[in-house]
Design a protein around this ligand. Structure first.
Ligand code: ZN
Length: 346
């Protein structure tokens, strides 16, 4: 079925523009984003075209490139190298803002996000996935918070001193490895105190439930899908979805084909209807107020049917054809993220 594109502003829960830009080379990274470039999912001109008005911009520390260890885990990254990458990407976020002439704003509150969008400025939120840069004293977290950090995934899909990330496995649940360490529990308590959103997308099952026990904030998986449809270790199980619902949390749909496809195929021809199928399931399980988007743009293989950020109106059109009215589309596209961040940050 073909559908008319729907233009509704989208605020998205996860993009990897910072690590992607740094991976291409530090020099000129700001200009490549602001002026546009070929072959990527997001640059500023195309974000405008697709109606992407803002989102969580992730700092991601690249892996070591070494093989899996005896437990099947990705090797740990060392703290100094993590710190270098974290500072470099956080600085890039600010350099983009500084060179944007008002077209890109790093926001630390929902009021700032709304104002930026009103003025036509891309509303970016500073996010980190994997806090290998911090020591158990957590001093760095105070500094990063002062630098604008408002959301944090304690782990990426590998272990660190705080918790155990779920390694990428298809046909396997997230029940891989132990839960939070003592330092990890301190980290969760400090995030609560500083009102930094805790993102569980890369957390394994034991860690998820440890956070659920300790945290006083809504539970969030910013870029994950339904395990019941695609049994990938990165996706959320029904029990996890129920906990997200019970805490008035949120799950953001990941556009990555390997997290969508029922057979776990990284199939670039996966239809947009598969994204709709996950949204339908998530809405049924957690409710229309707790489902949003977490594209993973520039961080994973996305279907050619979506292409890049300019494909967002096609997804919204497909959702409309599937029966979502304007109010529901507004919630999924941006309203639910605003409401979740408001409740988490205030
Ligand atoms: Zn991720």
């Amino acid at each position: 079925m073909s559908e008319d594109p729907i233009h509704i502003p989208v605020f998205d829960g996860h993009n990897d523009i910072l690590s992607r830009l740094m991976g291409e080379g530090r020099v000129g990274a700001e200009a490549r984003f602001l002026n546009g470039q070929e072959g990527v999912h997001i640059d500023l001109p195309r974000a405008r075209q697709g109606g992407l008005v803002g989102g969580l911009c992730a700092v991601y520390v690249p892996g070591t490139g070494k093989a899996l260890d005896a437990n099947g885990d990705l090797p740990r990254v060392d703290r100094q190298s993590a710190l270098d990458h974290t500072i470099a990407q956080a600085a890039l976020l600010r350099r983009i803002e500084a060179q944007s002439e008002g077209a890109f704003t790093v926001c630390t509150s929902v009021a700032e996000i709304r104002t930026a969008i009103e003025y036509g400025s891309f509303a970016a939120v500073f996010h980190i996935e994997g806090i290998e840069a911090a020591g158990p004293d957590l001093d760095l977290l105070h500094v990063l918070h002062a630098a604008g950090l408002r959301t944090l995934g304690p782990v990426w899909s590998r272990p660190n001193i705080f918790a155990h990330g779920a390694p990428f496995r298809f046909g396997h649940g997230p029940d891989i490895g132990p839960g939070l360490t003592e330092a990890g529990r301190d980290l969760i308590r400090l995030c609560n105190r500083l009102k930094i959103m805790i993102d569980l997308s890369h957390m394994n099952d034991a860690g998820f439930w440890d956070v659920a026990k300790i945290s006083d904030a809504p539970l969030v998986a910013s870029h994950s899908n339904a395990f019941a449809i695609c049994s990938h270790s990165r996706n959320a199980t029904d029990r996890q979805l129920d906990a997200i619902r019970e805490t008035s949390g949120l799950i953001g749909l990941n556009f990555g084909v390997k997290f969508l496809h029922p057979e776990g195929k990284a199939d670039a021809e996966t239809d947009i209807s598969m994204m709709v199928r996950h949204i339908d399931y998530l809405v049924e399980r957690v409710g229309i107020d707790h489902v949003a988007l977490g594209s993973d743009f520039d961080g994973t293989l996305i279907s050619n049917r979506m292409g890049d950020v300019t494909g967002l109106p096609r997804l919204l059109g497909a959702l409309q054809v599937a029966g979502y009215d304007n109010e529901a589309l507004m919630k999924i596209a941006h309203g639910n993220w605003f409401s979740l961040l408001e409740r988490t940050w205030s």
